[in-house]
Design a protein around this ligand. Sequence first.
Ligand code: SAM
Length: 280
Amino acid sequence: MTTIDSLPPLRDVINTHDLKARKSLGQNFLLDLNLTAKIARQAGDMSGCDVFEIGPGPGGLTRGLLAEGARHVLAIEKDKRCLPALNEIAQAYPNRLTVIEGDALEIDPLAYLTPPIRIAANLPYNVGTELLVRWLTPTEWPPFWESLTLMFQREVAERIVAKPGSKAYGRLALLAQWRSDARIVMNLPPEAFTPPPKVSSAVVHLTALAEPRFPADAAVLSRVVAMAFNQRRKMLRSALKAAAPDIEDRLIAAGLKPTERAEQVSLEGFCALARELAKP
Ligand code: SAM
């Protein structure tokens, strides 16, 4: 029995089900249920929402989300050793938890979810950035999710919220900030996890905006940003040479200096450039 529910403490769950953490699956577990409940609260009022959780592991965050009132949680876990422990949680919260064994990169969660939908996860580091980029780059906006509450390595979290002129500023910041509000809401030291990872972590909360901050074609913006930051030390006129034969004119038309470097260009500047590049 714990402070947040009537299930056993997570250390007992791990011992009972022999859930020794595997590095290959990015397994660094959160065992403090007060901490997982606190992370769950960062997702806001979930009483009217379905929550999609990736990588529940032994279920610490899952229990936090349910105890904090999520209407329904869909949890997808790749490691089948975790399923018996997760099924015990499903029994303690009848009709509120669906557990799927599988790879988050391969399933279509929409088959199981009813809007409004929020996403919350202590992400496996090896797939975290790929999933985030997918969630940020659908062709249609607004996306299927209202908000994302995600644990990342601190360094990745800083890249998501970075502003122009900083070393962390790049593609991730621009994709995240173009169509969402992104904030770091919690910092966690390595000792918060079992086993402790080598680096610190942070929880980032992203809220989808109803519309992008500035108009631009998603594919063009994504391409030009990737190109510009691939050679971030070069001036825009050479980093983007392959984007258009008259790139200098287009940079000037977008209000940018051809001699500027990518890390000095604001989101508004990149959107203006994407609009210029979309012209015939
Ligand atoms: N949520 C748990 C917690 O906070 O203690 C576990 C977090 S652990 C950092 C990441 C979890 O994601 C592990 O349980 C791992 O097995 C699972 N995982 C790794 N790759 C996955 C994938 N592609 N799809 C779904 N789950 C995955």
